[in-house]
Structures are given as C-alpha cells and as structure tokens.
Write a protein that binds this ligand. Structure first.
Ligand code: MG
Length: 284
C-alpha cells in the first residue's frame, strides 16, 4: 500500500471517544431548591439513559430519599449518599469484584464515613461540655423538618433515616454559629455547608466517594470523562475531583463563592442551569 493511502486510512480512524459519567448534586442542582421538582430536567435525564451516560446522584440526601428519585427518574446508576457517607451500587452493576463493606437489599455498599450513632454521641458530648443547645435532624420531629425544609411529611421521615451524617440547623448570631462549628471541628468531625443546613460527619466527603466511584467506572468503561454539577459549598470536594466541574446559580440568581480551576459557571439557576450544562457538555 502506498504511503498516501495508508495515511488516509489512519486519519479516518477516529480516536476512541471517552465515555462520560455525570456526578450530580440533587437539592438546588437537579432538583429545584424550593419545590424539589425535577420536571425541568426529566426529558434530559431520559436522553442520558438512552445514550448510556451514567447519572450518579451525589447528595446530602439519605439512601431512602434518593431511592424515591431513582424510581421516579428511572436512574439505575450507583449513588452517593449523605455527602459521601457511602456509595450504594446495584449488585452486578460492575461486572468484577471490588471491596465493599456490606451487601444489603440488592446493593453492594462501600462505606466511607463513621456511623451516624457515633456522630450523634460526639455532638451530644459537645453540647453538654459547652452548654450549647444546637439541634439536628435526630433531635427533631418529622413535622419540624418538614416545616424547615418545605418537604412533605413522608419525605421528611425519609430524610431522618440517616446512617452517616447529621444535619444541623444552626441558629443565632454569626459568632455563636462559628463557636459551635469550631467545637465540632475540634472534636475531629468535618462540617460542610449545604443549601440550608450544616452537614456533620467523620471520615469522608463527596470528593472521596467520587474518586472511588470514578476508578470503578474506569475499570468498567475504559477512559472516561467525568462531569460534576453542584450549587453549594458542600459540592466543592466533588467538583474538585471531576474533569469538568460545573456550578449552577442559586435562587436569587447568584453563584456560591467557589474558586476552582476550570470551574464552569452556568448562567442559570438550579435545574435550568443543570439542563443547559448537560445538554451543552454531552451534546445530547
Ligand atoms: Mg445543593
């Protein structure tokens, strides 16, 4: 074969296209901050499924809460619960063995954070030792959580089914809040700020879970390009670990103050921004 023909043949062979995997926050990103509606994003979620692009929920929500959205949106990908507390993977989703801590209700579970009961115990010690009276989901009735969050009562009950992270509603002056946060950090717990509340846990964050899951996807799919979409400070660890970090606006039409290299700021709020970003970055 002459050289020109060979060149022609080679140049017509496209380089392999990396598979994409999307990691997404839920509240204020895929879901509307106030109504928790996903209607805006639904058509695109369906297109992602048809295009075989995994959509991985990576949220402070509990397993019980995320299962509702997995059912409604027909999403079968692995998911990251409670800000990186654990990764839940449908049995057989990855066709090879990997390390997991337990198998329950059809999931292989990679547990990353300390158990919720331990976090509650440490928080109680902090309260007693410092004469503080801050409260978390574990101290509230479901009706109070519903009132504070706008969730309906049934959803508030699912939000209470916590396994790793406590959610605190800190009130008072900025100084009082900072004092509580300092004491929590001194006790070796980490704190992250979500849309409404503070998440307290030990041993993990969204970024750690994203890194582990990305590695599993690489083993399954080969080269991949990861996209991460969030709206709040608790998304920073996730956004720092993906190839393309995307920030959508918050209600009030502003971006959370986040500095990251290559951060792609989408000029729309919540799910509207989510749709713009996903459509543009995946071309579907
Ligand atoms: Mg959020």
């Amino acid at each position: 074969m002459d050289e020109r023909a060979l060149y022609h043949r080679q140049s017509s062979v496209k380089p392999p296209v990396a598979s994409r995997v999307i990691f997404t926050d839920l509240d204020g990103s895929l879901l509307d901050h106030d109504t928790y509606s996903y209607e805006v994003a639904l058509p695109l979620v369906k297109r992602l499924d048809r295009a075989d692009i995994p959509l991985v929920f990576c949220s402070s929500k509990t397993r019980a809460e995320q299962e509702v959205y997995r059912r409604k949106l027909k999403v079968a990908s692995p998911f990251i619960v409670e800000n990186g507390g654990a990764i839940f993977i449908g049995q057989g989703y990855f066709p090879f063995p990997f390390e997991c801590q337990r198998v329950t209700k059809g999931y292989q579970v990679i547990e990353l954070a300390r158990p919720y009961s331990e976090i509650r115990r440490i928080l109680e010690e902090i309260r007693l030792k410092n004469g503080l009276d801050f409260r978390g989901y574990g101290d509230m009735a479901a009706a109070e959580i519903a009132h504070l969050t706008g969730l309906d009562l049934a959803s508030a009950r699912l939000a209470q089914k916590r396994e790793y992270q406590e959610t605190l509603n800190l009130t008072g002056s900025e100084e009082q809040i900072q004092f509580v946060l300092t004491k929590i950090k001194e006790a070796g717990l980490n704190v992250s700020r979500g849309g409404r509340f503070y998440g307290v846990m030990a041993g993990s964050d969204k970024g750690r879970a994203v890194t582990i899951l990305t590695e599993l996807f690489r083993r399954k799919l080969g080269p991949i390009e990861t996209i991460g979409i969030g709206d709040s400070l608790n998304d920073v660890p996730m956004l720092a670990k993906v190839d393309i970090p995307v920030l959508v606006k918050k209600p009030g039409n502003y971006w959370e103050e986040i500095e990251l290299p290559n951060l792609y700021r989408i000029d729309s709020v919540g799910p509207q921004g989510w749709v713009k970003a996903v459509a543009e970055l995946t071309g579907i």
